[in-house]
Design a binder for this molecule. Sequence first.
Ligand code: DLL
Length: 467
Amino acid sequence: MILRNIYKFVILLFISVYFILSDQNCGKKERSTLYWNQRYETLPREELEQLQLERLKMTIERSFYSVPHYRSVMQEAGMGPEDINCLEDLQKLPFTTKEDLRNNYPYGMFAVPLSEIVRIHSSSGTTGKPTVVGYTRNDINNWAELMARALVSGGAKKNDIIHNAYGYGLFTGGLGIHYGAERLGASVIPISGGNTKRQIMIMCDYGSTVLTCTPSYALYISEMVEEMGLDPKKDLKLRCGVLGAEPWSENMRLEIEKRLDISAVDIYGISEVIGPGVAVECSCKKGLHVMEDHFIVEVIDPDTGEIIPEGEEGELVFTSLTKEGLPILRYRTRDIASVDYEPCPCGRTHIRMSRVSGRTDDMLVIRGVNVFPSQIESVLLEVGYTEPHYLLVVDREDNLDILTVWVELSSKSFASDEVRKLEELGAKIRGEIEAALGLSVKVKLVEPKTIERSEGKAKRVIDNRKL
Ligand code: DLL
């Protein structure tokens, strides 16, 4: 009898241990440190496209029946929700522009009554009325999910301390990252922008491990760290950065990584589409995975509206697939990038977009040549001896456009009386920029710390032709 009971106990013990161990394995598989949501981030393309089609049909139906603007533009185009039977049918829909959102300011594009909207943000546009975006509880939930994915993709983990220096407020950066960090289960410091010395003290004392802010602010932080006599390797615990909200070059990434001793990934987003978390780089740093189970991306020729082949640059256009508050159909972002369908070594099946090289409306056309600020940033970082803080000033003299590039000297490179060396450096920078742009420019070397630092998005251009 006793023997039989011992026998039963041992068998039960084996069964329990088996289930406990297998449960742990399962947990590990689902929440590997590579992905936040392995199932959706690695969905086979066929399943992903099926999911996109189902969600697209729902979004178009919701938009048609609940948003008068969408109903009228679809009717004008002679179509209705029943005409969407495959993903290519999306191309039958007219584009949506910022102007459409402005014409329906503030709430006219919402697909639900205000009583269902739990959060309102607005775009950071500097001209005209801002665009207003609204989120239902489900939208906030989905957004937090996307942001948790994005943070994990950038290397963040549950036990990280996330120093969130994106601005909190109407800008989507602060709260967008914040909810994602909480969803991940990390400890988030809602520091917002500004008071950089205090930020650095907090980073040192609280042991921040992940930095989230714009690349230009990360660079400014690195400068201030140096000025305060701190060594990022010894005094900071930062390990990675999830940086975005403005265009930045590969050279700028390398500079930030070196100065702060971190690994930095690029995160893309736009308020009208959701905010941060539309696309993010993985550790391969070869393009940003678009969260394709929530958005469809197209690349178009900005002049003709025609779809552009894979790999070629054009304007990004997004359609939301799950948003309830503000569904957005074929939204023209004015951002210039290309897309790549090649599978990524990280295992994610979502397509990758290239880093955004600039905006169609930021692109300067100088004497017929298209110039993006990031091209100049890249040259400056290659030449060295200067800080990657720069300003492009465009004037018109005798009907001729003149581009002057203000370049800030690095405090370590020269004493200001070494005139000959400065002249040589100015000539070298001018030569390199002219070779990169195919355009003659003027270069003005300015003293260290002359160019205004940004705590959010950097202002790189003063176009006096428009004034
Ligand atoms: O900038 C959302 C965001 C917050 C993204 C935090 C990333 C991190 P908006 O204020 O609506 O939204 O500005 C959107 O910023 O159309 C691009 O021109 C630019 N932008 C955003 N991310 C990137 C990026 C937020 N990674 C506009 N690279 C977009 C280049 C970017 N440009």
